[in-house]
Design a protein around this ligand. Sequence first.
Ligand SMILES: [Zn+2]
Length: 249
Amino acid sequence: MVQYKTEALVLHSRKYKEADGLLTLLTRHRGKVSAVARGIYKPGSKLRGGVQPFSLNAMLLNAGRSTLHSLNQSDCLEMFLPLRSDLDAMAAASYWAELLESFAMEEQEDTGMFQLALAGFYGLAACPEPLMIHALEIRLMNRMGYAPSFRVCAGCGKPIEPSPQYSFSADAGGLVCSHCRCEGQPVIRLGPAVISLWQGLENISLDKVNRIRPQPEVLGRLGKVSQAWILYQLGRPLKSWQVLKKMEV
Ligand SMILES: [Zn+2]
């Protein structure tokens, strides 16, 4: 058994056996970790306050031979109260947590990913809006090395000529030119404003995201591209998309 201390974000928590909790954590030093929190569903559990979903905690854990670690102690550092106070914010935070859980690597240190995760929860607490969600999705995809191709055709590699309408194919890896677009291939049509918005969201500081005011149809189209892209990378839909639909993300 090796005991270690780390900061950890609780991405997911569910009941396990009678009164234990099974947690999915994103830790600063060990990447994604599964941990059992014993007795948290018993009345008066001291650990309970340090295992809330989307909270940042200073944790003391034990790592054994199994991939399931056990939680010894947890002190909450940041509860992100705004993420608990309204349904849209909660839905956005659940989605961000599910995205991180889906893409983060198990037991591999990635402090950049941890910092992005943390910045994302702070960002959503300040601005739980579709634009913030997309800014986070795009940053996460870029971080994983899954940036789509917007400058050159994902099929033939030739520069994309300026046009009022482009064709995006998640299967191909980004924009496809008219020569590479196959008959019957599912594509999303999008204009230059969608690409500008995507590229703007890649680099803008998260505390300035709410200053952007895109046209609703541009934002909607960007959401379609982003969702198709994530679905392709992950190979399965995310559960929280159902909830987010209500937010029209
Ligand atoms: Zn091409």
